[in-house]
Design a protein around this ligand. Structure first.
Ligand SMILES: Cc1cc2nc3c(=O)[nH]c(=O)nc-3n(C[C@H](O)[C@H](O)[C@H](O)COP(=O)(O)OP(=O)(O)OC[C@H]3O[C@@H](n4cnc5c(N)ncnc54)[C@H](O)[C@@H]3O)c2cc1C
Length: 494
């Protein structure tokens, strides 16, 4: 993926699809359309997966809690996608076991029945089946589990992944299928014909300020929590579709689990579930659901959310994490579909919706990472049927996702003691994965900032120096990058 060569491909061309937004949804559409042989342009205002798609709980799952709500078809679809992703991106998806600790026999039986239903719906042979276990085994699997009154629990298995690396690998796979992907390219407005049909977009290159007019047969809005702002540029009267809901995760050291199993707290005081997920040698604690009014690209955690997570998880851990144990905190915004009914965002559906406006704009809203492929398939199926184009079937069910890091030497000395980031990797990210700013490397190509804000601050000068040599940038650029990055780091500290 090379940004300057991709920019040259914008002139004098009518694309079959122009996709706005380079998160899970947009990348899924780009991969589906390009692998069917369609010409595709994807524009992302910031970096690929800079939004919600790098800030998930990192689970490829059916969603056990949707069973309680009776959303069986959502669970069934996601579990099917879980298997497909496991097979097509085995370098990024692994199985992870969770303990649901129980302190009461009634709940033990209740959760066991629920998880048996989960196994039954999944119907697969890939992931291990759930089972009821006693106290001794529960302590063996999660040595840091709170032992007082513990009577064992239920063990169940789901998929786990590295969300932004998955996004980049999907981008690379789409690029191999001739999709043109450009980060730091902002959609500004629509170009319409006399019949008020959308025929193209005006975009701005954020790095240079250059403006591009690009034409396409179908324009797809995949901007997550920002979808309403794009819809308003199509029609000023469009009704709001999205109700953003904020979720935070605290990152702590592995000693708070001690083993490879995670914990699922099945019912928190606000009626949700809470995870302690082992991830890249650390533990993620989350998440929350806080309604917010206006989406921003770099949201910040609220004190009440941090306290809620620590207070809840502390009831289930022997060594209890304190604020000072938190290495990093990251915040994501769920693009939930708003409903007319009053209620909390935890009760809103996680299904997705595809909407086509009278001027032909296709918007896909809601959904979850796990379903990125099926969402892409449905959007392109529907769009192709409305276009003057031969219908070609989706190929993504069996399409392997490329491993972008397969040729990078992982034995070279790391710049950090806490996590792996080498000079060769940094050069690779700049040359082959369109890394432009230090945040692109520290947050999404590697996950340093998500794992430790303090360590990221320490190694940032070395990282930016290597980038500057590769990009032929001067000291002013280095200084500006560090100022911006240090400001960003503050959002990851508590
Ligand atoms: C806390 C939390 C935990 C979650 N955990 C899970 C999980 O474990 N498993 C799971 O399956 N799902 C999970 N999800 C859901 C999942 O992460 C989201 O559904 C998914 O990432 C949404 O992707 P998206 O592409 O629609 O949105 P985004 O990733 O936000 O992408 C939208 C993109 O549009 C870009 N954009 C905006 N305006 C413009 C413009 N004018 N021009 C160009 N580009 C623009 C943005 O920069 C952004 O990159 C979680 C969500 C949250 C918030």
């Amino acid at each position: 993926m090379n940004r300057s060569s991709n920019l040259k491909l914008l002139n004098n061309k009518i694309f079959d699809f122009i996709i706005i937004g380079g998160g899970a949804t947009g990348l899924g559409c780009a991969l589906d359309a390009s692998s069917r042989g369609c010409s595709v342009l994807l524009v992302e205002k910031h970096d690929f997966c800079k939004g919600t798609s790098s800030r998930s709980t990192k689970l490829i799952h059916g969603g056990v809690r949707y069973l309680e709500k009776g959303q069986f078809s959502l669970v069934y679809q996601a579990l099917k996608e879980r298997d497909i992703l496991y097979q097509n991106a085995s370098h990024l998806v692994n199985e992870v076991g969770f303990l649901i600790p129980t302190y009461n026999i009634f709940y033990k039986i209740y959760y066991w029945l629920g998880l048996k239903l989960y196994d039954l719906i999944s119907g697969n042979k890939i992931f291990n089946k759930s089972k009821m276990i006693g106290k001794k085994e529960a302590i063996f699997l999660v040595p840091n589990i709170e032992r007082d009154k513990l009577n064992g629990g239920i063990v169940y298995y789901d998929g786990q992944f590295n969300d932004s690396r998955m996004g980049l690998d999907i981008a690379l796979t789409a690029s191999d299928n001739n999709a043109v992907l450009i980060n730091y390219m902002s959609f500004e407005s629509f170009i319409k014909n006399k019949k008020n049909n959308i025929i193209g977009v005006n975009t701005t290159d954020i790095l240079t300020g250059n403006v591009y007019k690009v034409f396409g047969q179908k324009i797809i809005n995949c901007t997550g929590v920002f979808s309403d702002s794009i819809l308003r540029k199509d029609s000023f009267n469009s009704k709001p579709l999205i109700k953003p809901s904020q979720g935070i995760h605290l990152v702590v050291e592995k000693k708070f689990l001690k083993g490879d199993f995670g914990i699922l707290v099945p019912k928190t005081s606000d009626g949700r579930i809470l995870f302690a997920v082992p991830w890249l040698g650390h533990v993620l604690l989350g998440t929350t659901e806080t309604d917010i009014d206006k989406p921003v690209i770099d949201p910040s955690p609220k004190k009440i959310e941090i306290d809620f997570i620590l207070n809840t998880i502390n009831k289930y851990m022997e060594i209890k994490p304190k604020k000072s144990d938190v290495k990093s905190v990251f915040v994501g915004l769920r693009p939930l579909i708003s409903s007319n009914k009053k209620g909390k965002s935890k009760d809103l559906s996680r299904t997705h919706k595809i909407i086509i406006s009278s001027s032909g704009l296709v918007s896909v809203v809601g959904g979850k990472w796990t379903n990125y492929r099926i969402m892409g398939k449905e959007v392109i199926d529907l769009s192709l049927k409305k276009m003057d184009q031969k219908f070609v079937k989706s190929k993504t069910e069996t399409l392997k996702i490329k491993n972008g890091l397969s040729k990078v030497d992982l034995k070279e000395k790391s710049l950090s003691k806490n996590f792996y980031l080498s000079k060769s990797q940094i050069i690779h990210f700049v040359r082959n994965e369109m890394a432009i700013n230090i945040d692109d490397i520290m947050s999404r190509r590697s996950r340093c900032l998500f794992l430790s804000s303090e360590e990221s601050e320490m190694i940032a000068p070395k990282v930016v120096k290597i980038m500057s040599e590769e990009l032929s940038k001067n000291q002013d650029w280095i200084d500006e990058q560090l100022i911006r990055f240090n400001k960003l780091i503050k959002l990851y500290k508590i």
